[in-house]
Design a protein. Structure first.
Length: 225
């Protein structure tokens, strides 16, 4: 029996890299059959680069200031990513809007995680907008990346209640806890070959996956919806 090669992952970051760390830990704990082959940042001071180095993962920095426009930057980033022959590209706090050419090049093999229950609150300041709207629920969404911002087909969402006493910072901290659980879960499905994007629809085990296949419970478990 031929042993399956672990899924090769390239992670793109811009900052602290807490989701990167969650993925590193899930791989180390054999929760995901995958290998992070590189971490690429557009910011030289991103702490996620330190996390990667501690885990003996190759790192590269590609600064936008070294390129004349977004198209040139994305072409260089594409070449950098392709050099590692990844099966999956994971956006983990990568604070750049990627060009359509870049997204199409990796269509069906690029994930993002967004701190809201999409399609609500695309873009920035999600926690502030949740509080301003008086929402009773908040959470995070893992989705395939398509050219339209934060609009790709949903793979997995994690929910939590919004408390009357919550501040933006408290919401952010609790949403991060959800992210650190659902992102490795979704990546694990992909790494197992169970998850594909087909005709702009997410299929798991050859069947359409509900937008909220599972929800994150307060007990810290992912449970069937």
């Amino acid at each position: 029996m031929v042993e399956k090669t672990p899924c090769r992952i390239v992670v793109l970051i811009s900052g602290n890299g807490s989701n990167l760390q969650a993925i590193i830990d899930a791989i180390a704990n054999n929760q995901i059959s995958a290998k992070i082959v590189a971490v690429i940042s557009n910011k030289a001071g991103a702490y996620g680069l330190v996390r990667a180095t501690k885990a003996n993962i190759a790192t590269q920095v590609l600064s936008a200031s070294d390129f004349s426009d977004r198209q040139q930057y994305d072409q260089a980033l594409m070449a950098c990513v392709d050099a590692y022959h990844p099966d999956l590209i994971v956006l983990a706090g990568f604070m750049r809007i990627l060009s359509d050419d870049f997204v199409h090049h990796y269509l069906g093999k690029m994930f993002n995680i967004h701190p809201s229950l999409l399609p609500k609150y695309k873009g920035l300041d999600t926690h502030r907008r949740v509080l301003a709207s008086g929402d009773k629920e908040h959470g995070a969404t893992v989705h395939f990346v398509i050219p339209a911002l934060d609009s790709g087909p949903i793979i997995l969402q994690g929910k939590m209640p919004v408390l009357a006493t919550d501040t933006e910072q408290q919401l952010a901290e609790r949403v991060h806890e959800i992210e650190h659980r659902i992102y490795p879960q979704a990546i694990g499905w992909f790494a197992e070959g169970r998850l594909i994007l087909s005709d702009n629809q997410v299929l798991m085990d050859h069947h359409p996956i509900p937008p909220q296949q599972q929800i994150y419970s307060q007990s810290g478990q992912l449970q069937d919806n």
